[in-house]
Design a protein around this ligand. Sequence first.
Ligand code: NAD
Ligand code: UDP
Ligand code: UDP
Length: 336
Amino acid sequence: SVTTKPPPSPSPLRNAKFFQANMRILVTGGAGFIGSHLVDRLMENEKNEVIVVDNYFTGSKDNLKKWIGHPRFELIRHDVTETLLVEVDQIYHLACPASPIFYKYNPVKTIKTNVIGTLNMLGLAKRVGARILLTSTSEVYGDPLMHPQDETYWGNVNPIGVRSCYDEGKRVAETLMYDYHRQHGIEIRIARIFNTYGPRMNIDDGRVVSNFIAQAVRGEPLTVQAPGTQTRSFCYVSDMVDGLIRLMEGDNTGPINIGNPGEFTMLELAETVKELINPDVEIISVENTPDDPRQRKPDITKAKELLGWEPKIKLRDGLPLMEDDFRTRLGVTRKN
Ligand code: NAD
Ligand code: UDP
Ligand code: UDP
């Protein structure tokens, strides 16, 4: 005979959790640039407990020093390419080097981080029933043939180039997210992040804003990679974190572009940095790297409509905020 099980009675533990509405949140890559700013914002909410998992490849404990020892915070040295067992309600999955010099340094490791790392975090989300957000990238659009880029564009990506470990890796990560969603009903969120800048960027990580600011502070020439007419759109990190949290908390899976639509050539960026930070430095032209996208600018219609989000900080206002942090870390005071 068929016996029907009575519905499970709510466990007292779960009930207590429900009333407090506490959230346990995992941030992979939380010791990095964007991750540590995200942790700062999440920790401001007293109902959040935050667990950071990081292998310190490009991140540092220093970025999280104000939280170490805090009762609602935990930091675990762990590589996401290995199985992880924790019990959480949400996962912000950021772990992956973002700067070209670091992701090209060990490309096989980069693709493992993107593919196996994302698979593991999805397996974890499936086991514990957590919602998971992936920080994908505008690089999924490759060297775009559509301008500006909206989320329907499938991209123009070289599958065998030196950037492929990163951009094809993120494309597979997005595919995995959607397959776990369709096949296993996992709650997913995908952010396509465009170039982001702000305090705590690695000083020597080779990205253009950190390079130019470090060069201007040190009084060295600003190195514009040829031709200098290539464009990017730069989002200040506090705006980025705000967009990521809205995406996580909202009802849309994405992918959704999160970025600042203000578009600048690299020559214009160099001129702005020179004007704002050190009018005495020279601007020089140097050789570029292969497969450098010629233009990039997000269409953020979807983020505006679905998340009520748009960036607030203009480039000219964000650059000086980053300068202060770079001067402190480089030990170079402003001359007046
Ligand atoms: P970051 O390099 O500062 O941070 C990445 C963090 O991940 C670091 O702390 C690093 O140690 C950690 N990490 C790397 N591999 C790991 C692994 N295998 N296991 C555990 N931890 C690992 O970079 P970021 O700028 O903060 O970028 C964060 C995320 O946002 C990345 O997923 C990146 O692809 C994405 N993104 C960033 C930008 C940008 O402009 N910064 C643009 C597009 C997408
Ligand atoms: N996984 C993990 N933590 C968990 C559950 C799974 O790291 O709490 C990893 C697990 O090691 C596996 C991956 O996630 O390699 C995918 O898990 P899933 O259960 O989807 O697939 P399966 O284990 O059946 O291959
Ligand atoms: N770039 C530059 N000078 C530098 C570093 C980078 O002109 O010192 C250029 C680079 O050629 C590219 C743009 O800045 O066109 C953005 O490069 P970055 O590595 O910051 O990010 P991504 O290429 O991933 O957008």
